[in-house]
Design a protein around this ligand. Structure first.
Ligand code: COA
Length: 151
């Protein structure tokens, strides 16, 4: 089946909430948090849909020349198919095109798949927040500079 990428919309939010509950059990966003995100013009959210099912989403916020990856989530049974890479490339290329020079994110230090994904997209660790998460895990702060023209 074919995956289609399009903006995340309000009618996706109950499905997004269900994905959140499975993927981030201790700090899943509520539907209200998603509404707040979609209401802000500084946010860009992409959805991956297959056979009318929301299978993944990712979001970016922009302030001036900086941006932050807000979230990346791929349904467990859809992981490893390149969905996260495709969504993030789309968001990063969009940010590059509108003048963002640095994109930041934070990720759990024990989230090996996410750390590898981000490194492969040009993110580098710049600092750590010890015991940042409720379960005592460290947060890794990563930054990606906009690629130089031609690189
Ligand atoms: C992390 C996550 C977003 C990756 O999504 P995905 O669609 O499976 O990732 P992709 O298929 O696009 O893989 C891209 C790269 O990620 C890395 N990666 C993905 N799964 C991996 C795994 N199980 N082990 C190691 N590296 C992995 C690899 O570098 C991979 O590149 P490659 O295929 O060329 O080796 C997904 O596992 C997920 O939703 N996890 C739960 C939520 C989460 O942790 N979100 C991030 C919070 S910061």
């Amino acid at each position: 089946m074919t995956v289609t990428y399009r903006p995340l919309r309000w009618w996706d939010l109950s499905a997004a909430r269900e994905l959140e509950r499975g993927l981030f059990p201790s700090d899943a966003w509520t539907v209200e948090q998603f509404w707040s995100e979609l209401a802000q013009p500084s946010r860009t959210y992409v959805a991956a849909v297959e056979a009318e099912r929301l299978v993944a989403y990712a979001g970016l916020s922009r302030v001036g020349t900086d941006a932050d990856i807000q979230t990346v989530a791929v349904a467990t049974d859809q992981q490893g198919r390149g969905l996260a890479r495709t969504m993030l490339q789309h968001l990063l290329e969009g940010a590059d095109a509108i003048g963002v020079t640095h994109t930041f994110l934070e990720v759990r230090a024990d989230n090996v798949p996410a750390l590898r994904l981000y490194a492969s997209l040009g993110f580098e660790e710049i600092s750590r927040r010890p015991r940042y998460y409720a379960d005592g895990s460290d947060a890794v702060i990563m930054r990606r500079p906009r690629p130089q023209a031609g690189s």
